[in-house]
Design a protein around this ligand. Sequence first.
Ligand SMILES: [Zn+2]
Length: 799
Amino acid sequence: MQEYREDLSPSPESNLNKTFKILLIAAATFIVAVLLSPMPRFKAGESTVVEARDGSLLGARIADDGQWRFPGNDTIPEKFEKALLTFEDKYFYWHPGINPVSVARAMGDNIRAGEIVSGGSTITMQVARIARGNRPRTYPEKIVEMLSALKLELFRSKKEILKMYVANAPFGGNIVGLEAAAWRYTGKSSEGITWAEAAALAVLPNSPALVFPGKNQGILKSRRDDLLRKLYERELFDSLTLVLAIDESLPGEPRPLPVLAPHLTDFFFSNNKGKMIRTTIDPVLQERALEIVNAHQKLLSGNFINNTACLIVKVKTGEVLAYVGNGAFGHAAEHGGDVDIIRARRSTGSILKPLLYAGMQYSGDILPNTLVADVPTRFPGFSPKNFDFSYSGGVPASRALSQSLNIPAVKMLQKYTPDRFLNLLQKAGFTSFDKNAYHYGLSLILGGGEVSLWELTGVYASLSRVLNNYLDEKKYFTGDYHPPLLVLRNENEKERKEDSAPILNASSIWLTYDALLKVNRPEGEAGWQYFSSSRDFAWKTGTSFGFRDAWAIGTTPEYVIGVWAGNADGEGRPGLTGISSAAPILFDLVNILEPAGWFKEPMEEMTMIRVCSLSGYRAGPDCPDTEETPSCISGLRSEMCPYHKIIHLDKTGTRQVTADCVSPAEIMNESWFVLPPAMEYFYRQKHPGYKVVPPMAKGCIAEKGIPVMEFIYPTPGVRIFIPRDQTGLLTRVISEVVHRNPAKKIFWHLDNKYIATTKHIHQIEIMAEAGEHLLTVVDEDGNSMKCTFIITGKNENQE
Ligand SMILES: [Zn+2]
């Protein structure tokens, strides 16, 4: 029985067991509660922050919820951490998320006050509270916060918890997190804040309203100064620092964020929303470029030219150093100031001509000074004109380039073909030509296609890079052609594959830059002499049809600058030309860059070619005056001078004869510079030394070989679409012929029927139905010339 009784009374051992069980259950419940408690997370989107290459702020866009919340920094500034922990949570690194001493003290305070006046919150608990959206302080809420804090401590490091706090603490108004607070209250990154600033910012999250000016400022100051004294007592700085820190003014109204590259900021807002982007922008250059563009924009606005843009790219790496998307930003939203012109596709005008010149040097189609025809030229539906509407007859290719003559450019493209040129442009990096060569035709060289300033500047930078790299390494690399870079690229990502078939070679690029360097070009504008730079600087301007787009692009061995001026809505303005509107900006920009010398000549790839002094072609056996000129090696295959011909003269040298009318002993053979009739007509006017071939002696009949007339339009074999007017009748074609001697009468025949006679100006209107036609012209001396052309019933160009 005794044993039985003993069994009824709990033994000390089983008591212990029960307590242990209760404790175990309590512990298990507690662990489950901690594990089930919400894990603090921050899901709200962040602001888009765009930094310059040195980490300074270029601009930012607010997060979707209307808060200035900068993407998290990887490091917490030491001054801020010390100030924050001293103020909020001295034992942060020792407690498990809850500080029992603080909690006990807070409970006492709260019981005495009859409501929650003190939270006894650790940083970890505050993280939990902020993550839960700062709900009203109640006991159940407090318990959830504590459990969440414990859970957070269980799964996250102290540093991670501190980072969560620093990134998400409220700093008054819509400013969230230290980084946004530092920029808006101190105008700089948190890395650069002072002790006084760190202390003021550490105080704010606990009572963010203190930042607003007024009587609160007194409270903020006393709290900040108390904290500074505590930090001084902890020997974090000396007494002088304390005195100076207490003297520092308090943060006031939030400052506006910098707006140094608004269009770039917009670009990243669209493409990398909520990220912090460290760009390649040089903040000093960016600011100066912005000033220059804005100053010019002000002047241009007087002529209702409302938008300007510029891009500066470093040749070596392709890094963008300055990005001014639109000079009108902020001042003229109604004038499209928010449009990022750098990315907009616009008609090229003449700005692609250097690429054609380079392509033709590389292929050996022309030599640097090959004479190119500059005469009235017409194609079906397309009639190019020089800027000043004049004709020079013939002009060296290099001068045609530097003076930006349109007709020679079209003649050159006709020889090179739009197909090859389009291929060259696409390979060089232009992606905006999305139609085939047939669509653009010869107008491609005069602005028939569109490019963006971004791609244009990128392509010129690629060309300069190819030349530099060749000069350094005597090799070509496929990776040298690439678009500009806005974000620093990892060196390992660079493509360094040797390129055995470069798009353009170094010598063709050098010759092109040389042509752009030597001569100033008026492009029909007086006042171009204004631009003088002591720098070696190859530059080219472009003006699109209807004065809609003014372009200027320039390169040194180190930098490429692209400039555009015009109206974002495409409205043309009289006087809007590359030379008058874009070039002045280009020259102001080149002056803020460090001088970079000039490209060396790529000698290994060049050769001296003997050329005809008059025609610039490779010298033929009949060319009397020749000289040597540096050229691409492929130029050795270029055409021989076609203009020097041996003619037969009588003893006086004033009449042409043939072996049929005088005895061979009476004949003098002489080499004569004979241009085709149309070229001759205009060339003579500018070159008084040009001698026309002497007339035939009486009784002698001209040999074939030197034509006296030339069709300007139609040209043999051309297909012409003649539209019908409103009444359904066919409109007319204007036909034109040039005679070496304009005074001669010309008789016109269409399909062997006489239609007209002309003198001096040999132009007539002809009208014909669809089908093949024969046009015959005969001059009063009996010389004749025929041309077959086809009139089509539909517009083939619109297919
Ligand atoms: Zn010659």
